[in-house]
Ligand binder design. Structure first.
Ligand code: SF4
Length: 367
């Protein structure tokens, strides 16, 4: 895993726009270029970075945006992450879906045109174990083209088993790359081991999982260092697991439990800065933006580097079949339906992609 060297620290502290313009103009960007693109000197170059990011997005992805929906399997959690609505001491109604309920939820998702689903759960291996996940994936792959998971960090053998069941993608956010802050926030429970979490996507890559999505939870640590580490981590994964597609998620803390203070808030301009810097650093890397963000911001970011958007999301188990009694993980800000999001994309000249593989071509389709 790369570290921020003294040289990169120095570039990250750069205050002059000149070196940033040099980095924007260079072809393949180096880690030194990424540090410059994230430095205070880049704050006044955001317009130029956005123009270059738009061109890079068009070159690599054309005018297409993939759509997906999360499906919450369980809101039980043994974790105590203080920023999360599912933490063990939160007073919410909890449940885990049965296999039949998962299929029923997913049929509602499919009825809205969606063929890409992300299965999400709190860290509760008792209810959401590998056999349960494998059975759910096998059932869902009979009518969904892409099934990915955002659950607890697993072992390579577990990912192998899930890959055989048809799993296409693993999403796992490090939350923060700042070890001190990480330890403070996760001083017990399943996420205590920073290193184990850090190498989770390596284990998924070794198991042959096609799409590996990583991210930092913006708001936990100073964003420039965090974004640099995220970019270096993505680059490292891309080199190592070159058969997989490496993708970034961009979760940002906005609505948190009353007793948690966001110490390093990230505003819209900063989130835009991070997104265009990442697009310029690795042009061909996917980038997903969730419904945590407002419709206005999501629409504005479409041309600047976003390649995947969730739409019509519920962040509680059973949320699509009409059960609104259980606790949510976070507040959905963009409440548009998938059809409305698709229309917003089309209005801007973009094609919504509802599925990235046709099952008629063969099982899974991702090799
Ligand atoms: S972030 Fe994950 S592990 Fe932590 S409390 Fe929330 S669901 Fe549980």
């Amino acid at each position: 895993m790369p570290v921020i060297s003294d040289k990169l620290e120095e570039l990250l502290a750069n205050e002059a726009p000149g070196p940033v313009r040099g980095a924007i103009a260079r072809g393949r960007k180096s880690s030194a270029d990424l540090a410059l693109l994230l430095s205070p000197g880049a704050d006044s170059c955001l317009e130029e970075m956005a123009v270059a990011a738009r061109a890079a997005s068009l070159r690599n992805f054309g005018k297409t945006i993939g759509l997906y929906m999360p499906l919450y399997l369980s809101n039980h959690c043994s974790g105590s992450c203080p920023y999360c609505g599912f933490r063990a001491d939160a007073k919410i109604r909890r449940a885990s879906l049965s296999l039949e309920e998962i299929v029923e939820e997913c049929r509602v998702i499919a009825s809205r045109g969606m063929r890409h689903v992300l299965l999400v759960s709190g860290d509760v291996k008792r209810d959401v174990d590998v056999d349960y996940l494998a059975q759910a994936i096998t059932r869902l792959k009979t009518f969904m083209s892409h099934v990915s998971i955002e659950v607890a960090a697993l072992h390579e053998n577990d990912y192998l088993k899930l890959a055989l069941a048809g799993l296409d993608g693993v999403t796992l956010y490090q939350e923060t790359y700042d070890r001190g802050i990480y330890t403070q926030l996760h001083d017990g429970g399943p996420k205590k081991d920073f290193e184990h979490r850090l190498h989770t996507l390596d284990r998924a890559g070794a198991a042959g999982i096609h799409t590996l999505t990583l991210g930092a939870l913006w708001g936990l640590a100073p964003w420039r260092q965090e974004a640099l580490m995220l970019g270096l981590h993505a680059f490292d994964l891309q080199k190592r697991w070159w058969r997989s597609r490496i993708q970034l998620g961009m979760p940002r803390l906005k609505h948190v439990p009353d007793d948690f203070v966001i110490t390093n808030p990230v505003d819209d301009r900063t989130l835009t800065h991070i997104i265009v810097a990442m697009r310029l650093f690795i042009e061909e890397m996917g980038l997903a933006l969730s419904t945590r963000e407002s419709p206005e911001l999501r629409d504005a970011l479409i041309p600047l580097g976003v390649t995947q958007m969730s739409a019509g999301s519920s962040t509680r188990p059973g949320g699509y079949s009409g059960d609104d009694s259980l606790g949510d993980q976070f507040e959905v800000v963009d409440q548009r339906s998938p059809a409305q999001v698709a229309r917003a994309l089309q209005d801007r000249g973009y094609d919504p992609v509802w599925k990235d593989w046709d099952m008629g071509f063969g099982h899974g389709g991702t090799g």
